[in-house]
Write a protein that binds this ligand. Sequence first.
Ligand code: FMN
Length: 197
Amino acid sequence: MKKVLGIGGSPRKGGNSDILMKRLLKGASNEGIATEEIQLRDYQFQPCIGCERCRKDKRCTGLQDGMQLIYPKIREASGLVLISPIYSYNMTALMKSFIDRLYCFYDFTDDRPGYWSSQLVGHGRKAVIVAVGEQATSEAGGMDLTLETLRRSIEALGHEVIGELPVLGIFNKGKVREYPQILEQAEDLGTRLASLL
Ligand SMILES: Cc1cc2nc3c(=O)[nH]c(=O)nc-3n(C[C@H](O)[C@H](O)[C@H](O)COP(=O)(O)O)c2cc1C
């Protein structure tokens, strides 16, 4: 389905990630594409417990929580936007827990180390990743690590990352509003994502 699903990983409501998300999704809507925003902080879900039941069941049966509401939305959306603030040099715990819970989308072999592939590969899915942090340089604040971890995780899931937006030097809640050029970049990225679906 031609739809862009935005996943926000900030615990801070109304903060920089939320503002960037709104502009990204506005950009996608400009292309006439359906959009939906999910803020992970609004969902009750646990980190993956490594029960491995999904290997056999082909879906997460080990934890009956808020992720069960999100799984069908991931399957149906051809476009994904992942936005996380940087916390301690990497994505937030909310975003990391979310990504770990996508383990149930993988098929595994039983040998060790085993081969794996995602059930979402080969559908032309595309993604955009965004990170926002206080520090002004990519390495000092962990922007490089954050974007790389987000990129590798979402590519493994089967999405081509068609754009990345590093937002550096932004600390206070809502500060990104003072940088219209960054918001324009976010909107353009959303439009580009939608146009490629
Ligand atoms: C617990 C915590 C850890 C943080 N760690 C980093 C960091 O390692 N590098 C960085 O650049 N900014 C760090 N920050 C700053 C946030 O990334 C920054 O305030 C960001 O704008 C928050 O985004 P939000 O408004 O969407 O929540 C940290 C903030 C908090 C609360």
